[in-house]
Design a protein around this ligand. Structure first.
Ligand code: MN9
Length: 288
């Protein structure tokens, strides 16, 4: 379960339907070219929170079928609809996904008892393991060290996807739970996260930039910090260019430049502008 995971992009056609052929190509590109260890399916990058349960199931099924057992698969099943999350947890467990993940329930201000009940309900409904998806800047949910401790009392909850810039908390969590899996969630902060001892990383940019991310991982672990920083610098030049051009659209356009049918984003996300397409070409040529 350790290593580098792409938060998988999903290809949609112009009408916003899942483009199966394109999705399969993205999976293959991740495995064959980016050399990732695993795929995190149904996350923010997968535009998951805009999809119906049927569409989510279809994506989980296609990805498993294309990836086979070549890489580790994590399914993000979290949803404000807890019954749906449970149904998806059963579905992906049946398909053979290696672990589940679930975003902290958002929008309503759920109290911690409610959040804890959400996680235990999902993971106790199946014979599988759970990785907490913590992304406070989008959910507004900030879990504390003590709250992570309480969640980890359930042994089936095995880790955290930590998408936050709070490195004090990351250090505390790492020290407190040496046997839990911690994944870095912000690609632009991979170097310091690896220095603090994360077990892996899950991110959107690894769909195209997996090779550099692997170098950062290896260089930090070998103690070659200067070299690692050079690679992180190039990586972050790329990431800031991509963010300023619209991150998901740019990642998809770069994949298209590489011959992958990455399609469009789904509404309410905007379609491509001419400028975005031209700029993505430049970014692709500059970094890949
Ligand atoms: O899951 C991703 N988060 C979102 C992780 O897309 C919200 C990250 O990989 C970021 O896209 C990336 C760029 O900020 O670090």
């Amino acid at each position: 379960m350790k290593g580098l995971f792409s938060a998988l992009l999903v290809s949609f056609d112009k009408e916003g339907n899942v483009n199966e052929k394109g999705l399969r190509e993205i999976v293959r590109y991740n495995i064959d070219v980016c050399k990732i260890d695993g795929l995190y399916v149904g996350g923010s990058t997968g535009e998951n929170f805009m999809l119906s349960i049927e569409e989510k199931k279809k994506i989980f099924e296609i990805v498993k079928d294309e990836a086979k057992d070549k890489v580790t698969l994590i399914a993000q099943v979290g949803s404000l609809n807890l019954k749906e999350a449970v149904e998806l947890a059963k579905y992906v467990t049946e398909l053979g996904y290696n672990a589940l993940s679930a975003v902290t329930p958002f929008y309503y201000k759920f109290d911690f008892e409610e959040i804890k009940n959400y996680y235990n309900t999902i993971v106790n409904s199946v014979n599988n393991k759970m990785i907490i998806y913590s992304i406070p800047f989008l959910t507004g949910v900030n879990l504390s060290l003590e709250q992570f401790r309480e969640l980890f009392e359930n042994e089936k909850i095995i880790g955290i996807k930590f998408t936050a810039g709070d490195f004090y908390l990351l250090e505390r969590v790492r020290k407190a739970f040496p046997d839990k899996l911690i994944y870095s969630g912000f690609d632009e902060m991979l170097l310091p996260a690896v220095a603090l001892g994360v077990d892996g990383a899950i991110g959107s940019t690894y769909n195209v930039n997996g090779i550099r991310a692997r170098q950062i991982f290896d260089l930090v672990r070998e103690g070659k910090l200067e070299k690692a920083n050079e690679v992180q610098n190039v990586t972050n030049d790329f990431i800031s260019d991509a963010i300023s051009n619209g991150i998901y659209n740019t990642l998809k356009l770069i994949l298209q430049e590489r011959g992958v049918d990455a399609g469009y984003c789904r509404e309410p996300f905007k379609s491509y502008t001419r400028e975005q397409i031209d700029r993505s070409k430049e970014i692709s040529n500059k970094y890949f």
